[in-house]
Design a protein around this ligand. Structure first.
Ligand code: C2E
Ligand code: CA
Ligand code: CA
Ligand code: CA
Length: 275
């Protein structure tokens, strides 16, 4: 190895080391985030496609870090999954969402995300059951959003858990529909309550005929299977117009509102007229 090459390797090792150190530090800080009250839930409204009325609020976690500022979930949920912290954080999300929703001035539904790794690492049924009981919220007001990734490893076990959740009275939404790599055969295994069309389809509506065809097909597939269809990531009026013409049941996206603390949504008439 030439001198230069050795220097590059040493530099590479040093920067890997720095990355690892940074990750370790973030992991240690995350371990304390729950007890220090640094985690918060923001909410994004999901409105009726026809009337524009708010039906559900999706809970989206944020980490209010004392020095780093607001850390988005993409930057710490994977770390939480690797370190096992996701169990405690996931329980905190479910409990907090149910507690906050129980105090809302209107019985909107509340939707919580459960990642595939979280689904495997946590007893989701116990977490939901505890939160329902502790907060006295109607099970029918709670929606659990999962992705098809939960069905990839042990589908039988995943379906058994989904069925138990269903028996408890909560609803199950299939998030990011159309982005996974499994076949449609898993739709034979479980009757979801709704599909959420991934924003990668919605983004391209109006730009490309294929996106339109795919979106129409997903809406029709959902309806033919007897479930509701929500479009996520709706940012423009043109996208909204197309989705409404396709009969999409619910709309979610920056066009209606960005995720924010629940107190930001006092002016619900405005939301109603926007959609
Ligand atoms: P997701 O469940 O697919 O959530 C939708 C994401 O799209 C959210 O990002 C939301 O802020 C964003 N979004 C909403 N409307 C628009 C729009 O019109 N345009 C664009 N470009 N984006 C929009 P966020 O809050 O950063 O969350 C990212 C992901 O992190 C979520 O994707 C979900 O997979 C995960 N996540 C969030 N909260 C939780 C949680 O409490 N638990 C778990 N396990 N995962 C969570
Ligand atoms: Ca979601
Ligand atoms: Ca999604
Ligand atoms: Ca997503």
């Amino acid at each position: 190895v030439k001198q230069e090459g050795r220097g590059a390797l040493r530099f590479f090792e040093a920067s890997m080391n720095a990355q690892l150190q940074a990750r370790l530090l973030l992991g240690q800080e995350l371990a304390h985030a729950v007890e220090r009250g640094e985690l918060v839930l923001h909410y994004q409204p999901i409105v009726n496609g026809v009337t524009g009325e708010v039906e559900t609020f999706e809970a989206l976690i944020r980490w209010m870090h004392p020095t780093r500022g607001m850390v988005p979930p993409i930057q710490f949920i994977p770390l939480a999954e690797e370190t096992g912290l996701i169990d405690g954080i996931g329980r905190w999300v479910i409990d907090t969402a149910c507690r906050e929703a129980a105090g809302w001035p209107h019985p909107w539904r509340v939707s919580v995300n459960v990642s595939p790794k979280q689904f495997r690492q946590t007893d989701v049924c116990a977490a939901i059951g505890d939160a329902l009981e502790a907060n006295g919220i109607e099970p029918a007001r709670v929606v659990v959003e999962v992705t098809e990734g939960i069905l990839i490893d042990d589908a039988d076990k995943a379906v058994a858990i989904l069925n138990r959740l269903r028996e408890m009275g909560v609803r199950i939404a299939l998030d990011d529909f159309g982005t996974g790599y499994s076949s449609l055969s898993y739709l034979q295994l479980f009757q979801f309550d709704k599909f959420k069309i991934d924003k990668s389809f919605v983004n391209r509506l109006g730009e490309d005929d294929r996106a339109l065809t795919l979106t129409r097909t997903i809406v029709n597939l959902g309806h033919n299977l007897g479930l509701q269809v929500t479009a996520e990531g709706v940012e423009t009026q043109a996208q909204l117009d197309v989705l409404r013409s396709l009969g999409c049941d619910q709309i979610q996206g920056y066009l209606v509102a960005r995720p924010a603390p629940i107190d930001a949504f006092t002016d619900l008439d405005r939301l109603r007229t926007k959609a």
